[in-house]
Unconditional design. Structure first.
Length: 687
């Protein structure tokens, strides 16, 4: 088995895009430059390396393509590359003119370990403006045979070749050449439907103003539309500038995102590497039913693709992931994007609540305010919903309900927040009614015995919600739920008449990490006024706690920590995103968390939260808390999510509504997940 810290063990593959310096019509020189970059790519752990269109001859040879001397030089260059590939551990994709069947074809040629695996001729030859490829070349459709001889080997020939990795699940690549990617129905689109996950474009593509941006958008959109990786290598330094110029643009895109891009107009050879996430592509394709419907609609054509098996040179040693993942997948790292995200989430929440009030005919809402994060966001949403509906903020009936463990800090923050937002504020001490229920139950705590068990905790949570529902009845209002996505995933909520239940919930698909940033965003915008900003900052700096168990302290701070029981929310939200959004193996989630969270210096931290601690977690800690999440999410808390009240979905990361993204049995067991985690994740990663 590969080492735990190898990206190849976890469904990634390192690919390379190479842009060598060339000399026009000098195949020997061009072969040498190709081999230099190929060796560098192999040393970097890349299993596939892509070179530009006609890179062995140069693209700008023009009528020299029809000269026998150039043909002989290209043949010799190919023979050398094939021979030396036995000592280069990467699959090579090189561009060369190939004479066959009395024609000349512009080809991408796949070479691995002394073998030519196949050659793909260009399908669409541009002959407009500065291009006149039909003067020299024939298109793929003009081929008379489906094989060709290259370097003394008879190999598959055609635009219908899929190269399938025998030793790396999900890695299947296809070649198209330059203009092929620009046409309305590119060959790569059909290849993707037939199973290709890595789409390769060998390009020349001269540069004019604005073209680089268009190429970038084209590659990104291809990768998004086809749920694939897209590798693009354009000709660069050394091509003839008789009538054109060249920038050597090198790109790797995946599912709409540019993973890597080289330097344009470089006067030296370039090698750009990126780690492609094969398992994410597989997960997205499996879930997107419309992608598979399209496969069905074109199945006759897709069956015509020929499949060529190739063993990729996967390194046996650990190849650490060079790709960065955001520590906060629900929170954009870029400040401008984050501001837009927070505004969008807030507007979705307000729209959802406004529509529900209109549908019910209610003009008032009842909400419990604890001085914690979730109820703060819900209260802000309620207030701004009233503003939108042109109703007075006094129609928000807010209640803080101190219990046996409420700290003076959270109680004070609750009162200050309600006052700053101008809502109708009340305080109801729930301790007398809780004591009565404990007496009715015969619970020792009713007589002062400190038995702080789940019954003691849930009596308080249930009493609060019971009050809220009856208050709503009394005032012809609806109860606003405050619980968030993270708590629902972990089952950290009291079922039934507890914080699990409401008439309408506004935070149910908002994770805890994003809850924090929504509050910080409200502080930064200043829309709620300076007094609200002060108390919101205090709430952000308070320990996350249910405040249900008394402590021996002075009561100024919460004495109970949610994160001590269910894990750090920043880490658990990371785990939840990849479990819920993609269904990854636990070992893969642990690996991503380890690569992201084990070194606090790696990557960037969102900077909006005041006095945010920059944590790091070793693999043993990650494994422990991931096991907690899996057990609670899969096995012990689904019954709560099966009975969720209505709430708007706000993000693509998913929701847990049984009417929306997530349907699961309440009596499932987590054994398969926990066993996979235990088998495949060591406490210390082997190198």
């Amino acid at each position: 088995m590969l080492p735990f810290d190898s990206l190849y063990r976890h469904g990634f593959a390192r690919v390379a895009v190479a842009v060598p310096s060339v000399r026009v019509a000098d195949p020997a020189y061009n072969a040498e430059q190709t081999l230099v970059l190929a060796r560098q790519a192999a040393a970097a752990g890349a299993v596939l390396t892509v070179f530009p269109e006609l890179g062995l001859s140069s693209y700008t040879a023009d009528d020299l393509f029809q000269q026998d001397a150039l043909d002989h030089g290209v043949r010799a260059a190919l023979e050398r590359i094939v021979a030396e590939s036995t000592e280069i551990d990467t699959v090579l994709v090189v561009g060369a003119p190939v004479r066959a069947q009395g024609r000349l074809f512009n080809c991408g040629i796949v070479i691995r370990d002394g073998r030519v695996l196949g050659a793909a001729p260009k399908s669409y030859l541009p002959s407009y403006r500065e291009f006149y490829e039909k003067r020299q070349f024939a298109a793929a459709r003009e081929a008379l045979a489906d094989t060709v001889t290259i370097a003394g080997q008879q190999v598959p020939f055609g635009a219908d070749l899929l190269f399938e990795a025998a030793n790396l699940d999900g890695f299947t690549f296809h070649l198209e050449i330059c203009e092929d990617g620009w046409v309305p129905l590119p060959p790569s689109g059909f290849a993707a439907l037939a199973g290709a996950t890595v789409l390769v474009n060998l390009s020349a593509s001269n540069i004019v103003v604005g073209k680089a941006d268009y190429r970038r958008e084209l590659c990104a959109s291809h990768s998004a539309r086809y749920l694939a990786a897209y590798l693009y290598s354009a000709a660069g330094n050394g091509e003839s500038t008789t009538d054109m110029a060249w920038d050597g643009q090198a790109l790797v895109a995946e599912n709409g995102q540019i993973l890597a891009e080289g330097e344009r107009f470089a006067d030296h050879p370039q090698l750009v590497t990126a780690d492609v996430d094969l398992q994410r592509l597989a997960a997205d394709r499996m879930r997107m039913t419309s992608f598979n419907d399209t496969v069905h609609d074109h199945q006759d054509r897709l069956r015509q693709f020929r499949r060529i098996s190739v063993r990729l040179p996967v390194p046996a040693h650990a190849v650490p992931l060079q790709r960065e993942f955001q520590r906060f997948p629900y929170v954009p790292a870029d400040p401008a994007v984050r501001d837009r995200r927070c505004a969008e989430v807030h507007h979705i929440q307000v729209e959802g609540l406004a529509t529900r009030l209109a549908a019910t005919g209610s003009q008032r809402v009842v909400i419990g305010v604890s001085g914690g994060l979730d109820s703060t966001v819900a209260l802000i949403v309620a207030v701004q919903t009233m503003d939108r509906l042109r109703l007075p903020r006094s129609n928000v009936l807010a209640y803080t309900m101190p219990g046996f463990a409420t700290s003076s800090r959270t109680l004070g923050d609750a009162h200050r927040l309600m006052a700053a937002l101008g809502v109708t504020a009340h305080e109801i001490d729930i301790r007398p009614s809780c004591l009565q229920m404990l007496r009715d139950l015969g619970h020792p705590a009713a007589d002062g015995v400190p038995q702080y068990d789940v019954t003691f905790e849930n009596v308080q949570a249930g009493e609060r919600t019971s009050h809220l529902f009856r208050l709503a009845n009394h005032h012809n209002a609806i109860v606003i739920g405050t619980g968030d996505l993270s708590e629902l995933a972990l089952g950290w909520c009291t079922y039934g008449v507890g914080d699990h239940m409401s008439h309408y919930s506004v935070n149910a698909s908002v994770p805890k990490t994003l809850i924090k940033y929504l509050i910080a965003w409200s502080v930064r915008t200043g829309e709620l006024g300076p007094e609200a900003g002060v108390v919101l900052s205090s709430i952000l700096a308070t320990e996350i706690s249910p405040e249900l168990i008394p402590t021996d302290g002075d009561g100024d701070q919460p004495g109970q920590s949610s994160e001590a029981t269910v894990g750090p929310y920043e880490l658990q939200d990371f785990h939840l995103y990849f479990l819920l959004r993609f269904g990854y193996l636990p070992s893969r989630i642990a690996y991503l968390a380890y690569r992201t969270w084990s070194d606090r210096s790696r990557g960037s931290w969102p900077d909006l939260l005041p006095e945010q601690d920059h944590h790091e977690y070793d693999l043993a800690t990650i494994k422990h808390w991931l096991a907690v999440l899996l057990r609670r999410f899969i096995q012990t808390s689904q019954f709560k999510r099966s009975a969720l009240p209505n709430a708007p979905k706000v993000g693509s990361g998913g929701s847990l509504s049984p009417r929306g993204d997530w349907r699961a049995p309440s009596d499932a067991v987590a054994t398969a997940w926990l066993d996979e985690l235990e088998r495949n994740v060591p406490d210390t990663p082997e190198r």
